[in-house]
Design a binder for this molecule. Structure first.
Ligand code: CDP
Ligand code: CDP
Length: 221
């Protein structure tokens, strides 16, 4: 990669982080690292191994043992112990379980280590909840993306409809509210803007306009 620029993008669910982060990474020739996919992979593994996700010790053991790999091709496949879980980690069951798993200190410790290893390979755009506050505190640019709760749930609902999953808007809205609350209220690295983050409210904004804005901020340095 050409530069060692680090851009952190945090925010609640459905704010547009991954869509925007991918395009910013492409525009600046940086790696894109989806840290949410890593937490989802651990939640998926815990669910499919039949343990209770409320069992912190067992879930932490799973996090230690599981190999999570994000590929950097355009397909952005997610691998978990050699299994392609790219689709599976977007299941509603995983979405409902992931914030519980992500609240465990040992799970976070292990994944933050992986995330910093990714960043050590070269310039990155990394998205998540604690990138600006904890994972990359020295990032060159920190963005906190948000949008109204209604719009964020609508975006995710449309996405689920398009992938053939028949869920009601109300269900998506409630699940998302609950997950955001869990992410904001946990003790370890809760979701919040870093002190030096730029807060962008994207309600009613198009993806390309947000990307343009972030590219401009990155160039201003
Ligand atoms: O795409 P969406 O915003 O729905 O979620 P995600 O980015 O895939 O993240 C899924 C979950 O992983 C979040 O709700 C958090 O519980 C957890 N997460 C986290 O705790 N820290 C991160 N850096 C990224 C995700
Ligand atoms: O990663 P995060 O959960 O923050 O959001 P995302 O997965 O990037 O975006 C959720 C959905 O909203 C995607 O289908 C995007 O295409 C869509 N989106 C949108 O319609 N308008 C925006 N300004 C941003 C995202």
């Amino acid at each position: 990669k050409q530069s060692d620029l680090q851009i952190a993008i945090d925010g609640p669910a459905g704010a547009g982080k991954s869509t925007v982060a991918k395009l910013v990474a492409k525009g600046l020739d940086l790696f894109y690292v989806d840290t949410g996919a890593m937490y989802r992979a651990i939640a998926y593994k815990a669910l499919s191994s039949g343990i209770s996700i409320n069992d912190e010790e067992k879930v932490s053991q799973i996090a230690q043992r599981t190999e999570v790999m994000l590929d950097h091709s355009d397909e952005r496949l997610v691998w978990c112990d050699g299994q392609n879980v790219t689709q599976a980690i977007r299941n509603p069951e995983v979405s409902r379980a992931v914030a519980t798993v992500a609240a465990y200190a040992k799970v976070r410790e292990r994944l933050v280590e992986l995330q910093r290893m990714e960043a050590a390979r070269g310039g990155v755009v990394m998205d998540g909840r604690d990138i600006g506050t904890h994972v990359l505190p020295e990032a060159d640019l920190k963005i906190f993306l948000t949008a109204s709760a209604d719009e964020r749930a609508r975006r995710r609902w449309i996405e689920l409809q398009n992938s053939g999953r028949n869920v009601s808007f109300e269900e998506v809205f409630q699940d998302m509210q609950r997950r955001d609350r869990q992410d904001m209220e946990r003790e370890v690295s809760p979701l919040k803007p870093a002190r030096d983050a730029k807060i962008l409210d994207t309600t009613g904004l198009k993806v390309e306009d947000i990307v343009t804005k972030i590219l401009r901020l990155a160039q201003e340095g």
